[in-house]
Design a protein around this ligand. Structure first.
Ligand SMILES: [Cu+2]
Length: 546
């Protein structure tokens, strides 16, 4: 008997639900309860902290957005692959046109991955001004049992808006006053000094989800005299790895399991440290350590630690739970993270000295409307640093940072394998660390932190037709142009992507073209897509930043 497809689909979806969020994106001037001046933040429904979004795998996330700002906005679900739904990736002039002031837009996203993610603004670095919140997707079939869960979403809150800091960032060398108004940390949206206690019951197991919504610093998490068993990195299940401390760069997420002690005789402390060797030492800020209580009993006393552990995550030594050997690359792309100067001496950030400027036509529309020209990277504009990928090819990125600052590099639409790390000035090979070729499942994540003077090699299969950004997740560096675009299988996009009328309407209402190349033209006429009057000179980072 033939069963209609719709019935089969309905059977599969029993239990799946629509998780509907109605978000009015608004301004709120606030200091977030921190000892610093207030600034105009970007929040949801007039309030901070933003709602935490929780769902189960198989659900559909419906984000109904109204834009009450005076500039366009957009929302990006960080880490979701959005297979077949590139147009809901939330990147203005890549996958949409931005939600204009006073208008509505709905993102409708089937949740096909479980794990720990976050949602943040992708317009004008609104992320920096507070438009960010965790997205937790639970899997009822998760093999890791936990009796209860805790969440730590940590962010830095600066007393200046991105619009205020941007002229300082890009001013002629050296930038003056960049850290005159340093940030404080927020944990779960409130002053990080007000750490909430964790309540532990002897013998129970707890899952602790750690979400870095930082704009700039790193942070670490540890619990005295308790081990952390890592089970998830950036949404990808890992083979369990036991550590004393975990470190997160901006945009990274980790889940750990913690087994409580057998006895309730003592209370302990947990520690969240905010720091960065690339940040100036500012007393009480960089570094700062926030201590909370792990309470087994009602006594206010906690065991005092002799020291607080610190250390890198061993990404090469950790394995993904998926039994998948290191992918063998079909092509390798060298990406040099570089800072430079325009002819007017203003500073920029780049990959391979190409600093990003958005095209006039969103790249998804250029890919869908330019026919054979869609495989020509030039179609997407001279300042988008677009790389066109063939369907299903394995792409290797050599992320080379001989720069003077680190970069947390995030790829949209994919999780990549981390297969090698090393030092850029190592001519002997002795300082390289790479995964075995077979019998080993490289760690997969969506954001890799590459310290200054180091490199990382990552690989992914181009099996997700669409246009996907890669960029530095320091909000400052992204705003300064360390952004590129992968145009993945443009020849498959028309087959895979049914762009909703709402996305087209969003563009038309703003007079933004939805066809043609980056300049809104056909054939080889790219003008007036943005082209910068380069110069390019490297410069030495000022001492305050190095
Ligand atoms: Cu960077």
């Amino acid at each position: 008997m033939r069963v209609p497809c719709a019935l089969l689909l309905a059977a599969v979806l029993v239990g799946a639900k629509r998780v509907v969020e109605n978000w009015d994106i608004t301004y709120l001037t606030t200091n977030r309860g921190l000892p610093q001046q207030a600034k105009r933040g970007v929040c949801v429904n007039g309030a901070f902290p933003l709602p935490v979004v929780e769902a189960e795998v198989g659900d559909t996330l419906v984000l109904n957005v109204h834009n009450s700002l005076d500039v366009h906005t957009s929302l990006h679900a960080h880490g979701l692959h959005l297979r077949g739904r590139n147009y809901y990736d939330g990147v203005p002039f890549t996958t949409e046109c931005g939600i204009a002031p006073g208008t509505n837009f709905t993102y409708e996203i089937p949740l096909e991955q479980s794990g720990t993610y976050w949602i943040h603004g992708h317009s004008s670095e609104q992320n920096y001004d507070g438009l960010r919140t965790p997205l937790i997707i639970r899997d009822p079939k998760d093999p890791h049992h936990a009796d209860a869960e805790y969440l730590f979403a940590v962010e830095d809150w600066w007393p200046n808006t991105f619009q205020e800091i941007y002229p300082i960032l890009t001013a002629a060398n050296p930038p003056v006053g960049l850290f005159d108004k340093p940030p404080h940390a927020l944990i779960n949206g409130v002053n990080a000094n007000l750490t909430a206690p964790l309540s532990f019951v002897p013998g129970k197991t707890y899952r602790i989800r750690l979400v870095s919504m930082m704009s700039l610093p790193l942070w670490e998490f540890a619990i005295d005299d308790h081990q952390l068993q890592i089970i998830e990195v950036d949404g990808t299940p890992t083979q369990p790895s036991t550590v004393d401390v975990v470190r997160l760069a901006p945009a990274q997420r980790i889940s750990v399991l913690v087994t409580a002690k057998a006895s309730a005789a003592e209370n302990y402390q947990y520690h969240i440290a905010m720091f960065g060797d690339y940040l100036p030492a500012i007393p009480g800020i960089f570094p700062s350590v926030y201590n909370g209580t792990v309470a087994y009993n009602a006594s206010p006393a906690t065991r005092v630690p002799a020291s607080i552990p610190t250390g890198f995550l061993d990404e090469i030594g950790m394995q993904s739970r998926a039994a998948e050997n290191a992918l063998m690359p079909d092509r390798s792309i060298f990406l040099n993270t570089t800072v430079g100067f325009m002819a007017d001496r203003s500073a920029f950030e780049s990959f391979n000295l190409i600093t990003y400027r958005a095209p006039l036509v969103p790249a998804i529309f250029s890919a869908l409307t330019t026919g054979d020209m869609a495989i020509n990277p030039a179609t997407y504009g001279p300042q988008t640093n677009s790389h066109v990928l063939r369907h299903n090819e394995v792409v290797e990125l050599l992320l080379w940072n001989a720069d003077t600052l680190p970069h947390p590099l995030h790829l949209h639409g994919h999780s990549f394998q981390i297969v090698e790390r090393g030092f850029t000035n190592d001519t002997t090979g002795a300082l390289r660390n790479r995964v075995p070729r077979v019998g080993y499942s490289p760690l997969q994540r969506d954001t890799v932190f590459v310290p200054k003077g180091e490199y990382a090699v990552v690989r992914f299969r181009a099996d997700n037709p669409g246009v996907w950004l890669m960029h530095c997740h320091f909000d400052w560096h992204m705003g300064m142009g360390m952004v590129l675009a992968f145009v993945e299988a443009p020849d498959q996009m028309a087959r895979v992507l049914a762009v909703p009328q709402s996305v087209v309407d969003q563009c038309r209402s703003q007079g933004i073209p939805t066809s043609g190349n980056a300049g809104g033209n056909n054939a080889y006429q790219f003008s007036p897509a943005p082209v910068l009057p380069y110069l390019i000179a490297m410069y030495t980072q000022p001492a305050a930043l190095s």
